[in-house]
Design a protein around this ligand. Structure first.
Ligand code: GLN
Length: 552
């Protein structure tokens, strides 16, 4: 690794939700556009070892990497904006750091020393940063939380020390702050930024660049004022103006001179940035020819952050179809046989996303039935596939009371169940689990291969025989019901190579009805929209066109 690797630490001030994740991802995109290789790491100050067991209402989506790590949703931004390969070394929490230190202490690795925050916790943090540093030119490290939080102090101390270890030319600090416009005063205010930087400097970190989140472009006077109070150059004060489309952020940062400043400060020589792809993307997204509306029938509809990757993947699916994708979130608890018609009126596609627990399941089953009977494109993801199988079993295969054992352990027809033994194609080993297995760590997680059947929607979309997709679930399709379901018209479109795990189901004689046991949304990028989302949106467009014709 050596210390020629360059490090950019991104901290946030004033308040949360300023878009530190997007800013870090955009910095990555800009550096890649100059021909540099990057990786991005998130350090989260909370105590959970990983976000896998956290409630999506509180924490938003759990993003899953190829290696099966359950991570923070910001890693989704990093993957969508860059080519960085992310995994277990790209997300560390206080819990993970302490867990490692305490495990070492129990093993006696500290040789009887008193184990302390400084140096033991801070050393562990610095080691974790170095772990993510393999073979890249620049490592971008985002520190979660806001300056001033008690729990982020060990991380800030560690990154302060890091500059001394790695050398002054190799480390810069970028601070994202807020510059609000105050209507009654008729001007933008710099005081919150001054305070936030003061706080940062009081713990020994002098930011090199300030990203100022604001609703308008900052004029040179304001920039000069911020520069003077915060002890940075005026050209290091960057306007991070609100944008309507997140993929404009790298372009905006570039116009403000951010990437130039970064390479200057880090003393890196690079080619000029090539941003044509990003420009073309924003142009295409800004001038859609069509509109489609997709209903997302789920549980976390009040917090759309819970479906971050899904929302993005749907938008990506619209790009090659020249379509703007409008999302209509529907709380599945409000759906039943009577309300479905009205709630799903005017939508061009129905998507049931992943989820856990019995709440709202019957409403989702109604939505799946409605889509099947009315020939509306249906896309079931993970739980959404299981819902499709249950609905089909109950209403097409005559399996009354069919269910998943997750929701009804006494169902007469457990079409979805906990598979106690299966051959795991990823590890090449036999896996076992039962209802008593612990909740954490018993899921099928991360990338698994899947073989596609020819002459299916999936095969046509992927144009490949074997694919790899990411999983995060405990329950599986029950092969004991394969024959009766097939006989009733369910197609098994994809299976694990071992032939034991059903990965994709479709319905014959429906324009587009597909359920997949994996989460395709995690692998969709704006430049390379996921094939299933592209195909689903194409089907929704077709459906919407037909609906228009019927109306006339
Ligand atoms: N609850 C289901 C399972 O555990 C589906 C999980 C999901 O949708 N991610 O199998």
């Amino acid at each position: 690794m050596g210390y020629d690797t360059k490090y950019i630490f991104v901290t946030g001030g004033v308040l949360s939700s300023l878009g530190k994740g997007l800013a870090s991802a955009s910095i990555g995109a800009l550096l890649e556009s100059r021909g540099l290789t990057v990786t991005i790491q998130k350090l989260d100050p909370y105590i959970n070892v990983d976000p896998g067991t956290m409630n999506p209402f509180q924490h938003g989506e759990v993003f899953v990497t190829d290696d099966g790590t359950e991570t923070d949703l910001d890693l989704g931004h990093y993957e969508r904006f860059t080519h960085a390969k992310l995994g277990q070394d790209n997300n560390f929490t206080t819990g993970k750091i302490y867990f490692s230190v305490i495990t070492k202490e129990r093993k006696g690795e500290y040789l009887g020393g008193t184990v302390q925050v400084i140096p033991h916790i801070t050393d562990e943090i610095k080691d974790s940063i170095r772990k993510a540093s393999n073979d890249v030119d620049v490592v971008i490290v985002e520190i979660g939380g806001t300056i001033g939080d008690i729990e982020s102090l060990p991380f800030l101390e560690a990154i302060r020390q890091f500059k001394n270890d790695a050398g002054k030319d190799n480390v810069i600090y970028i601070h994202l702050t807020l510059v609000p416009y105050i209507g009654t005063a008729g001007e933008v205010k710099t005081k919150p930024t001054q305070h936030s930087v003061k706080e940062l400097r009081s713990i020994g970190i002098q930011p090199d660049i300030l990203l100022c989140r604001t609703d308008r472009m900052l004029n040179p006077d304001i920039k000069a004022k911020i520069a003077m109070f915060c002890n940075v150059g005026a050209d290091a004060v960057i306007t991070a103006k609100d944008v309507s489309c997140i993929y404009e952020v790298p372009l905006l940062f570039h116009q403000e001179g951010l990437d130039n400043k970064i390479v200057e400060l880090l003393n890196i020589w690079t080619r000029a940035p090539r941003l044509e792809d990003w420009e073309a993307l924003c142009r295409r997204m800004g001038e859609p020819s069509f509109d489609v509306t997709i209903a997302i029938v789920g549980k976390y509809v009040d917090l759309t952050e819970s479906y971050k990757s899904l929302n993005e993947a749907l938008i990506h699916g619209g790009i090659p179809n020249q379509a703007r994708v409008n999302l209509k979130f529907i709380d599945s608890e409000t759906l039943d046989a009577n309300t479905c018609n009205q709630s799903l009126e005017g939508v061009d596609g129905v998507l049931v996303p992943g989820g856990f627990g019995a709440r709202g399941v019957e409403g989702k089953i109604c939505a799946a039935r409605h889509a099947r009977e009315n020939r509306i494109p249906y896309f079931g993801i993970c739980l959404g596939m299981q819902i499709a199988v249950i609905e089909f079993a109950r209403h097409m295969a005559g399996l009354d009371g069919a269910d998943s054992t997750e929701f009804d352990s006494n169902t007469p027809h457990p079409v979805i169940y906990l598979m106690e033994k299966w051959f795991d194609d990823k590890s090449g080993t036999l896996q076992q689990r039962d209802v008593h297995s612990e909740k954490g760590g018993t899921m099928r997680l991360g990338a698994y291969p899947c073989k596609l059947e020819k002459d299916t929607v999936a095969y046509r979309a992927y144009a490949a025989e074997t694919i790899s997709e990411r999983h995060r679930h405990r329950y599986e399709f029950n092969n004991a019901y394969m024959e009766p379901l097939k006989k009733a018209g369910l197609k098994i479109a994809g299976m694990a190579p071992s032939g034991e795990l059903v990965e994709i189901v479709e319905i014959e004689d429906h324009p587009w009805y597909l359920g997949c046991q994996f989460h395709p949304e995690f692998k969709s990028r704006p430049m390379t929209p996921h094939p299933l989302f592209r195909s689903f949106i194409a089907a929704a467009l077709k459906y919407s066109g037909n609906r228009e014709i019927e109306k006339q």
